[in-house]
Design a binder for this molecule. Structure first.
Ligand SMILES: Nc1ncnc2c1ncn2[C@@H]1O[C@H](COP(=O)(O)OP(=O)(O)OP(=O)(O)O)[C@@H](O)[C@H]1O
Ligand code: SF4
Ligand SMILES: [Mg+2]
Length: 344
């Protein structure tokens, strides 16, 4: 383990289960059909550091393309990192081989956004939820698997008698429950939820979020919960990391991010969250972001948010702002960080 990882392992207390330091993932941009040439790199994740503490939910929020899913895939060893480090229970994720890597693959599971495409339509629910036992037979002997799958269906609120049904015989919310049952099969410690409710109706979203909350309490799970929208993750998150163009721009507790945001991008995202109380709607200032997210192949110099920031000054183009505490509270990557209350 590097010194950097040891030195600031658990800011704010609590034992870290995952520690990420300066993680980078660049995808080459290649042209040519027969002879491929690399003409640049998509800087999908570009120097990200955070801790996931045992038993907590860390919300990871940002617009489409800011690198959320890539971050998840790198941590799960589904794509190789470009540089940086990540540990799981103090051990280097990127150096794991053999049985240690198998254990990592049991310990960290993912629930994906689209329950329509992430479940194989030709497999029964029993086969889908029980498939992880085929890959990790040590977790459940063959004779006990059917019962284990039925128990899992019960835990996520599905009828265990529906074990022989196919995905199309379930509603969207029920399909997401199947995905969650499958993720639970190997008794993981961490579940990465990659926009698990984005494709569901609002009423069903709440049910699935409540289920995830209950399962966290029951099994002591740690969640990394990815979403576009700060509104979706608030209820479940203990802390939130806001990402923009491959970087974390602000990270703090739920109260710090929602009630005392200091980065202009967080403030703009918050101003887009629907206000449930109609009497408060008229009081909120709406911050409209101008322009599109710049290309991650050639991000702006200095602060990446400067092309859309209403506070940008010369320094913002010259110097990249560090993710640090400038106001004595949580960390924010803005030279001119200042608190602005957005949601009344
Ligand atoms: N395999 C790949 N090859 C090249 N570029 C990729 C690859 N995967 C992702 N990217 C690019 O990396 C950037 C980050 O993508 P990523 O999917 O991580 O974003 P995201 O935050 O999850 O977005 P969304 O909210 O739309 O799911 C995007 O510009 C994307 O086009
Ligand atoms: S560093 Fe400058 S451009 Fe970036 S968010 Fe702060 S004020 Fe805006
Ligand atoms: Mg994604």
């Amino acid at each position: 383990m590097s010194e950097a990882i040891q030195s600031d392992a658990t800011p704010g207390g609590g034992e870290s289960i995952i520690e990420v330091r300066d993680l980078v993932k660049h995808f080459p941009v290649q042209v040519g059909i027969l002879f491929k040439r690399t003409v640049g790199h998509v800087k999908a994740v570009d120097g990200v550091s955070f801790d996931l503490k045992r038993g907590e939910t860390l919300g990871v929020v940002g617009e489409s393309g800011c690198g959320k899913s890539t971050l998840a895939q790198v941590l799960m060893r589904l794509v190789p990192q470009t540089s940086g480090s990540a540990t799981f229970e103090g051990r280097d994720i990127f150096k794991m081989r053999g049985s240690e890597l198998r254990k990592l693959r049991r310990s960290i599971q993912i629930v994906l956004q689209d329950p329509y495409t992430s479940l194989n339509p030709r497999m029964t629910v029993g086969d889908i939820v029980g498939e992880p036992f085929e890959i990790h037979p040590e977790v459940a002997p063959k004779a006990s698997r059917r019962q284990k799958v039925q128990d899992l269906l019960d835990v996520v609120g599905l009828n265990p008698e529906h074990i022989n049904r196919y995905p199309h015989q379930f509603s969207g919310g029920q399909r997401q429950r199947i995905g969650i049952a499958r993720a639970l099969a190997l008794r993981p410690q961490v579940i990465i939820c990659d926009e698990p409710v984005s494709a569901l109706d609002v009423s069903i979203q709440a049910q699935v979020m409540n289920l995830l909350g209950d399962l966290q309490d029951e099994f002591g799970l740690s969640y990394m919960f990815i979403a576009h929208d700060l509104g979706v993750v608030r209820h479940l998150s203990d802390r939130v990391a806001v990402m923009y163009l491959g970087k974390v721009v602000e990270i703090g507790t739920e109260t710090e991010i929602y009630e005392h945001p200091t980065h202009p991008y967080t403030q703009a995202l918050l101003s887009a969250v629907p206000v449930p109380d109609p009497s408060l709607r008229g009081q909120r200032q709406v911050i409209r972001l101008e322009g599109d997210v710049p290309s991650p192949v050639d991000p702006p110099s200095g602060c990446r948010f400067r092309t859309r920031c209403w506070k940008a000054q010369d320094l913002c183009a010259e110097e990249q702002p560090e993710l640090i505490s400038r106001l004595g509270g949580h960390d924010s990557a803005c030279h001119f960080a200042e608190e602005r209350q957005v949601v009344p």
